[in-house]
Every structure is written in C-alpha cells, then in structure tokens.
Ligand binder design. Structure first.
Ligand code: AMO
Length: 433
C-alpha cells in the first residue's frame, strides 16, 4: 500500500506527495478528469489531463466510485482554481477500499439529511468536513480546560461511575442491578468530589461521562453527557468558584479561537468578543426582566427552558453579553448540599446565549446542617453515610461547579441540537449506534 506523506492541507508546490483519502467527487470534462480527494484536513484536487498522465491512470479514474478510499501518488502544481491553490497530477492511484454505490447519507452534503438519518449513519456524517471540524474543536476544548486547570494547581482525578445513591434529585437516575443490590449510574461526581476535600487534596477536577434518565426528548438533554467538574477548598464564598469558572471558559474560547480558525470559518462561527469576566444577574433581577417582558414567571421557581431562552435575549439586548452568571437563587430550587444565607442559595448558574451550561456553588461543610437539609429534601440520611462520615473528621469550607461540555459546544458553535456535538449521542429514543 502506498504510504501517506502528508495531509491535503500540507502540500508544497513542486513536491511529490502521496495522499490517502475518500473520493468526495469525480468530474469528467472529456480531455481532463478530476477527483476531489477528502482527508482529515480538507479536500485536495487530483487533476488528470489526458496529455499529461498515463493512459492507465486516465482510464482508471472512471472506475472509482464515491467514498472509495484511494491512495494517490503525484506531483503538486499550483492551480488558482483548486482548493488551497494547489492540485496533484497523479502518477499512481491505488484502490484501498471500495464503497457500495448507494450511500445511506451523502458526505459531500449535496443532499440534505435530517438529524435522525445523520445519527443513524454517523460514521458517514462525521466524514463531512463541517462535522469533523466540530470534533476537532471539541478536542481542543478539553485540551484548553486541562491546560487552565493544571495551571491553577488543580489535580485531575477519576471517581466511580457506579454509585449507591443519587445526588441531583432521584427521578433522573438509571438503576442498574449490581449483584444482590440496587445501584445507579453516576449523575455527577458530586459526592466523591466533595469527599476529596476531606482528603487534603484541596483542588481537584474530573472530566467524565454522566448518566441521567431524562424523560423528555429535548434539543439540550442527553442520557449520557460529559462534564468538567471541579471542587476546591478553603474558599470564603461562591465568588471564588465563579472566578475559576469564568477564567476557564474564557481560556477555552480564546484557545479555540486562536487554534481552530479554519474549523470556525468552515462552521461560519465567530466566537469573539472574548470577555474575561462575566456579568452577574441576580435571580430577582432575572425574574423582573422576564415579568417586564410579559413572561408568566413566578418568584421562587426555577427558570424553565423558555424563560432561560428569553432571558438570554433580554441580557443580550440590554448589555450585549452572551455569557452571564445567574446568582442568588432561592435555596428551595437547589440540591441539598448547597450552602445558603437565609433563603438564598450560595449557588449560581452560568448561562450561554440563553442555555444553562454550568451550575455550582459553595457547599455546606457542617455535618449537622447537612443532615437537616438531606431530611428536608425527603432523602434518607442513612443512604449518605459514607459521604457524611467524611464531614466529621476535618472538612474545610469548599465548593465547585459542573460544566456541561456538550452544552458548551452546542452554544459556542451555534448548533441547533446538542446531539450534533456528540459523536454517538444517546437519549430516550436512541441507544444505537
Ligand atoms: P447540574 O445538574 O446543573 O449540576 O449539571 C451540571 C451541568 O451539566 C450539564 N447537564 C447536561 N447536559 C446534557 N444533558 C443532560 N441531561 C445534562 N444534565 C446536566 C449542564 C449542567 O449545567 N453537581 C452539580 C454541579 C456542582 O454543583 O458542582 C450538577 O450536577 O450543562
């Protein structure tokens, strides 16, 4: 097999190259034939003028089908009309793998496909340069997140994904049979990351997969999703956590805008301007903004999807901001572990263009108060024994957040559906591929 010497975006005029990739398109103008060859980094034009290539090559180009995999050896020439201003005059073409002629999805995007057809044929869908671009950006989001958190003395950890209890409210749990007992797939690393604060490790983060049995099939919920979670100790208030979160998100956006210009252009996305610190909108302000705009929202309730979306538009119109914190929620809307001042939770959400991408806050670190709050939420103290024990032998004040990676990608890249930014999304209806 011919061995690839470079990707399509790294060819040099006058050099001999071997490219490997998929037949994106074929054109025959009689005296000259073209193949558009697609690889991971773009599309290269293979140009075969009858007079300049061997008869064998000229003929063999007719037999190639769409999405066949080929290796092409040839000479690079400048050509103003070709993608990237270069074309390859082939001296050898090798067929590596053939494709059936009737494709279930068109990777050249000449024929539109709905989201279900795309996801049913995800391996073909991801061949589209615009879809590949999303996953290159996603990889950079994780690189940038690790870079920032490590620079702030966070230690990366992994915690169990099989749990004895839920953390974020019982209804969204996936029960599993665990030998003779019932167990659940992890909804978040909440209890473990808090337990880590009793170990002396101070600042930890985890990037992992979580499971929630979301009943409704919305454009922003998945059964399996990914998150960046942090927990940090010796804090005075939730502002210290918000500081880390805004700097983390700013770093991610900056990193992507600097390293993925080509991919962002392909997706038609401009993620500037890049704010360093994000506006704080209190829950009370948010409710008044929504009521003034005629929305029927009641003080004391969590904001629903529609209110969040409307608030996103209001904040954008009033202040020009895409990213903003929602602070000072009523305590009743937050989980049992949330610290508080009276009826106000010391917790926050981070919204991006009207969608919640993160939530977090300062936690309760007094074990007696924690037990009271567990009971108040109608949960049983005994099922939290292993967690509660760690609060009895020296637990510093602490807090953290969970940042949904899939939601961040969806909002950053203006994707219509969260599923577009996930390789193989699973939801209530979809378990395959
Ligand atoms: P929360 O439940 O708000 O907080 O989740 C944190 C973030 O995770 C993302 N997310 C989801 N994304 C896609 N599909 C889902 N079904 C889904 N559920 C959640 C969202 C959300 O903002 N333990 C707390 C975090 C903390 O306080 O540290 C928690 O899990 O972007």
């Amino acid at each position: 097999m011919l061995k690839r010497t470079c990707y399509s975006d790294n060819m040099k005029d006058g050099k001999e190259v071997v490219l490997t990739g998929w037949v994106h398109e074929r054109r025959d103008l009689g005296g000259i034939k073209f193949i558009l060859l697609r690889d991971r980094e773009g599309i290269a034009q293979i140009t075969a003028p009858k007079k300049k290539v061997s008869e064998e090559i000229f003929k063999s180009m007719d037999s190639l089908g769409r999405e066949w995999i080929i290796a092409v050896k040839g000479d690079v020439k400048s050509s103003p009309q070709a993608p990237g201003g270069l074309e390859v005059i082939p001296t050898e073409i090798e067929v590596i793998s053939m494709a059936e002629p009737s494709l279930p999805l068109d990777p050249s995007e000449k024929v539109d496909a709905d989201i279900d057809t795309r996801l049913d044929n995800r391996f073909l869908d991801i061949r589209k340069p615009r879809v590949t671009a999303i996953f290159k950006i996603r990889s950079d989001v994780l690189t940038a997140a690790r870079e920032y958190l490590l620079s702030q003395a966070f230690v990366e950890i992994q915690t169990p994904k099989i749990s004895a209890s839920g953390t974020e409210g019982g209804t969204e749990l996936f029960p599993i049979s665990y030998f003779e007992r019932e167990a659940f797939l992890a909804q978040s690393p909440q209890l473990y990351k808090q337990i880590m604060m009793a170990t002396g490790m101070d600042r930890v983060f985890e990037i992992a997969h979580y499971f929630r049995a979301e009943e409704s099939n919305t454009r922003r919920h998945l059964s399996e999703s990914d998150a960046i979670d942090i927990e940090m100790a010796f804090i005075e208030n939730e502002e210290e956590i918000m500081y880390i979160l805004e700097n983390l998100v700013s770093h991610i956006l900056k990193y992507v805008s600097e390293n993925r210009k080509k991919e962002l252009d392909l997706l038609g996305v401009d993620i500037s301007p890049l704010p360093k610190s994000f506006r704080r909108v209190t829950y009370d302000q948010a409710i008044s903004f929504l009521q003034e705009a005629g929305f029927n929202v009641r003080h004391g309730e969590d904001l629903g999807t529609e209110s969040e979306k409307a608030l996103g538009n209001i904040v954008k119109e009033k202040y020009g901001d895409d990213l903003y914190f929602l602070t000072k929620y009523p305590l009743s809307t937050k989980p049992f572990y949330t610290n508080f001042d009276g009826n106000v939770a010391r917790a926050f959400d981070l919204d991006y263009k009207g969608v919640e991408i993160s939530s977090g806050g300062q936690r309760i670190h007094n074990v007696d108060i924690l037990k009271t709050k567990i009971k108040e939420k109608g949960l049983s103290v005994s099922s939290f024994e292993a967690y509660l024990k760690t609060f009895r032998f020296g637990m510093p004040p602490h807090g953290g957040f969970g940042l949904g990676i899939d939601r961040l990608i969806m909002q950053m890249l203006n994707l219509e559906n969260i599923r577009e930014g996930v390789l193989f999304p699973h939801d209530r209806r979809r378990l395959e591929p």
